[in-house]
Write a protein that binds this ligand. Structure first.
Ligand SMILES: Cc1cc2nc3c(=O)[nH]c(=O)nc-3n(C[C@H](O)[C@H](O)[C@H](O)COP(=O)(O)O)c2cc1C
Length: 188
């Protein structure tokens, strides 16, 4: 049972996370990766539809094939990720009834929100294990489907590169101020 605490540990974890694009050559143990998937499994989703699947690529041969197809042409700027020991392909089942109804009525793609939440659960758990990650949205969807022979019902919505950071202490990206991003009750 988790007891709420006010020691700021959670905020410290969030503050420590930053995108990592250079990794040690060291593999990530399956047990650690599964812990991250477990964190993602417990994420909330619209109508509890649980549309996300995690395809973990740690076999060098599969990774080479994936990255060749995923980061070709205009996506070549993402080639740095080919050196990550692990690439997670975040898949979403998009044709679920809740998604279709939700989209029709609200205009929102709930599966994308669900994938964002589940992916960040994965990433924060990884951070807690000392594993660096980077969200990747700049990839060829067609290339991934081809490289992995994906069934049509799964849409690759993001990749997560993961590995132990070469330099865990490099600086952080700037953020807007707290004041810039919130209002109480009325827009200032
Ligand atoms: C949905 C999403 C897609 C992203 N795609 C890429 C990407 O394709 N390549 C990349 O190098 N970083 C990518 N990033 C990482 C962002 O550039 C990074 O999160 C942002 O600059 C803030 O830096 P920080 O994560 O170190 O705090 C992505 C982040 C998110 C959330």
């Amino acid at each position: 049972m988790y007891k709420p605490n006010h020691k700021n540990n959670f905020l410290q974890l969030i503050k420590a996370r930053k995108s990592v694009r250079k990794y040690q050559d060291r593999p990530i143990a399956k047990k650690e990766l599964l812990k991250c998937v477990e964190a993602a499994r417990l994420a909330p989703s619209a109508s509890n539809s649980q549309p996300c699947r995690f395809m973990i690529i740690d076999d060098p041969e599969v990774k080479t094939r994936l990255t060749r197809f995923a980061f070709s042409g205009v996506y070549a700027v993402t080639k740095w990720a080919a050196k990550a020991p692990v690439i997670v392909v975040l898949l979403a089942e998009r044709d679920l009834l809740t998604n279709r109804i939700g989209k029709q009525i609200t205009g929102l793609h709930f599966y994308l929100i669900d994938a964002g939440i589940a992916g960040e659960h994965f990433i924060l758990q990884a951070q807690d294990l000392g594993i660096g990650t980077c969200w990747i949205g700049w990839f060829s969807e067609k290339g991934i489907k081809k490289a992995l022979n994906l069934p049509a019902k799964y849409k690759p919505v993001a990749l997560i590169a993961a590995g132990y950071p070469v330099n865990p202490k490099t600086g952080r990206r700037k953020r807007k101020t707290l004041r810039d991003i919130h209002w109480f009750n009325r827009i200032r």
